[in-house]
Design a binder for this molecule. Structure first.
Ligand code: ADP
Length: 652
């Protein structure tokens, strides 16, 4: 009863429903009346014989005979009427003059005649024997068969429609995330701020959010505005997800993570429904950190009416996110943390107070932080402790924590592949090389001739020696194993991340860049195409030193970059090039002096590289010699024997 009452109430509340039902009934009645009228008109055009057959076909169909009986009756002139069924080939009904009714199956008979069958020339026979030949609309199926077929015809499209409907419904649910968002929820992550190395400023900001989340009532009491949205900005892999999770861990809150593309849906409106479902889930699981990664995916609104439906859908999604955030009560205890690498793509409306108004920037790790990251991740694998994490940190400027985690993971995987018991420094260094040079040892290695290997060994040894002895940096590792585009590499690092380079440092770098080519020239009397990149970089640096860094005698304090274009004539250009060339030649002279003086050391190092392909750590240091012990350039050459002895102390 109550259900009926409810239904009436609803119908009264929504006047469109009865109008729709009434329209459907009227259409159905109209259709039935029309069908009846059409049948009546058709019947009026038919002969009485035809109507006889059609009204009660069962009288004929229930008396099945064979063809020979019909032929006999035809020949005996006993047949009064023969009817051929329309739409049912092979069905023939007939009435005898004595009133008997029967049917017969004659394959090949159609309503057009029975040519080529036992009843050939039926029309002619009819004329001769005086029986009528008619075409009739008779259905040979029984009533129940007919009903079954009818049901089949009606039900099969219904089944198809229902299947499509269910499919559509399931897809909609998937799209709106109504069924799937629980999978994005993780309860109270264990991660803490201390699990993230560095980013102290970000942690301090997030600590303020933590204070609110752990005790929102104290904020409410004082009438303070609760934080609702935090925008984490930083390059990929700098720990945005990690810190958002740590915020949840520290605040003993639940954590929901999605990314911007989660909201983009195939069906119009489904994205907005997803936003609603997600915020509902977050409120239900409060205290909760709702993390939206790559929020720039939805963060930029289109203006005016440019763009199509997809953009307006995007606007609706952003609006919905903002409406949900505006509706937060302090006691809801839900904080939305959004992450992006493209701050400029975030709509201004999203940055207003009460929305994503707390901006936290994350940076790539500094030198000491990278060393800590290597310590952290090497502690998580079975390492033999041989890695010098400070050196690893020096070798990886610009890498993110995620890169470092990946390097250690790669090192551990390759140790496992090689069946090693522990992860060694060599595994990590090789993983770094793969990461920095973009590839494993290249197949070019097998194509190198012995002559080329010797050249490569002297080239890299030249870079290393000059870099070391001029103080351009710390030589960490020298290798002649080709990887990516490089045939050999000398890893040179600085022990600080000071963004400024002093004059002598730049001069040394210039010499270091030329050291490889000069070693080739000194030992092999010729140079190779392998030095082209060194020359290019050295020329760029020399021009920069003359043109903008104040190393020029001609220009003094004048920076070529600051001279207006109209004053930059060919003589200024020629002067810059001339002076840059002088700088390069001075660097070349330094290389020659040093390499000639240290020829034996150079030979030893090249020899060691040819034998072992990689030099690093203590052996490398020993081979390079101790800077500062001997004043440059009167560096005392070591004896050839001594150098060769050094070369072979390295294990092969
Ligand atoms: P983002 O969200 O900025 O792209 P993630 O938080 O997903 O970066 O970081 C990827 C992985 O890198 C983390 O799972 C973690 O292993 C490591 N990682 C990132 N930042 C740090 C950090 N500050 N300290 C330690 N590990 C980190």
């Amino acid at each position: 009863m109550t259900a009926l009452k409810k239904l009436f109430k609803r119908l009264r509340a929504n006047s469109r429903v009865p109008v729709a039902v009434l329209s459907v009934i009227l259409v159905a009645v109209g259709f039935t009346l029309l069908a009846q009228e059409a049948a009546r008109e058709t019947d009026a055009r038919k002969s009485p014989e035809m109507l006889q057959f059609e009204k009660e076909p069962d009288a004929w169909l229930s008396n099945q005979r064979n063809v020979s009986e019909l032929i006999k009756s035809v020949d005996a002139g006993q047949v009064a009427t023969v009817a051929l069924a329309n739409g049912h080939p092979g069905l023939v009904l007939y009435t005898l003059k004595n009133g008997a009714k029967a049917s017969v199956a004659v394959p090949g008979c159609t309503v057009l005649g029975c040519a080529g069958t036992a009843l050939d020339k039926l029309a002619e026979r009819g004329a001769a024997q005086g029986f009528a030949l008619v075409g009739v609309d008779v259905d040979p199926r029984t009533k129940s068969q007919h009903l079954l077929d009818l049901l089949g015809t009606i039900v099969s499209p219904l089944i198809i429609i229902a299947t499509m409907g269910i499919g559509f419904f399931v897809l909609m649910r998937l799209q709106t995330g109504a069924g799937g968002s629980a999978s994005t929820l993780s309860e109270r992550p264990e991660i803490k701020f201390d699990d993230a190395i560095g980013n102290d400023e970000a942690k301090a900001a997030l600590n303020r959010v933590k204070a609110f989340m752990t005790d929102p009532s104290s904020y409410v009491k004082l009438g303070a505005a609760a934080p609702r949205g935090v925008l984490l900005v930083g390059p990929p892999g700098t720990g945005k997800t990690l810190l958002a999770k740590a915020l949840a861990g520290e605040s003993k809150a639940n954590f929901i993570a999605v990314d911007g593309s989660y909201f983009t849906a195939t069906f119009y409106g489904a994205g907005v429904a997803k936003v609603k479902a997600l915020f509902k889930l977050a409120r239900k699981n409060a205290p909760c950190v709702l993390f939206i990664d790559e929020v720039d995916g939805i963060g930029k609104r289109s203006r005016g009416n440019e763009g199509g439906g997809a953009e307006s859908e995007m606007n609706r999604i952003i609006n919905r996110v903002l409406v949900e955030m505006d509706g937060f009560e302090a006691m809801d205890n839900v904080v939305v943390v959004a992450a992006t690498n493209h701050e400029n793509n975030i709509d201004e409306a999203m940055r207003r107070p009460g929305r994503f108004d707390m901006l936290v920037r994350l940076a790539k790790p500094t030198l000491p932080e990278r060393a800590k990251l290597f310590d952290l991740y090497l502690n998580k694998v079975t390492s033999d402790g041989s890695a010098d994490t400070a050196a690893l940190a020096r070798m990886t400027p610009g890498l993110t924590p995620a890169d470092i985690a990946n390097i250690v993971n790669k090192a551990a995987s390759s140790a496992a592949e090689k069946g090693a018991a522990t992860v060694t420094s060599d595994h990590v260094l090789r993983a770094i090389e793969t990461q920095l040079l973009g590839g494993e040892i290249s197949p070019v290695k097998d194509l190198l001739t012995e002559g080329t290997r010797v050249r490569l060994a002297y080239h890299e040894a030249g870079h290393a020696m000059i870099g070391h002895w001029t103080g351009a940096g710390l030589v960490e590792r020298v290798t002649i194993e080709p990887r990516g585009q490089a045939l050999g590499v000398t890893y040179m690092t600085r022990d600080t991340e000071d963004p400024l380079y002093k004059q002598n440092e730049l001069v040394s770098r210039l010499a270091m860049m030329l050291g490889g080519r000069e070693a080739e020239l000194l030992v092999l009397d010729s140079v190779s195409s392998g030095a082209s990149d060194d020359l290019k970089r050295a020329s760029e640096l020399a021009i920069e030193m003359v043109g903008s860094l104040g190393f020029s005698e001609t220009f003094g304090l004048l920076s070529v970059g600051g001279i207006p274009k109209e004053l930059l004539g060919p003589d200024i250009q020629a002067a810059v090039l001339r002076e840059a060339r002088v700088l390069l030649e001075q660097a070349q002279a330094t290389c020659r002096t040093l390499l000639t003086a240290q020829r034996a050391r150079l030979d030893a190092m090249a020899q060691a590289l040819l034998t072992c392909e990689v030099l690093q750590g203590a052996e490398l240091k020993e081979m390079l010699g101790e800077v500062g012990r001997v004043p440059l350039p009167e560096l005392a050459p070591i004896g050839r024997d001594q150098a060769l002895a050094l070369a072979f102390t390295r294990r092969v």
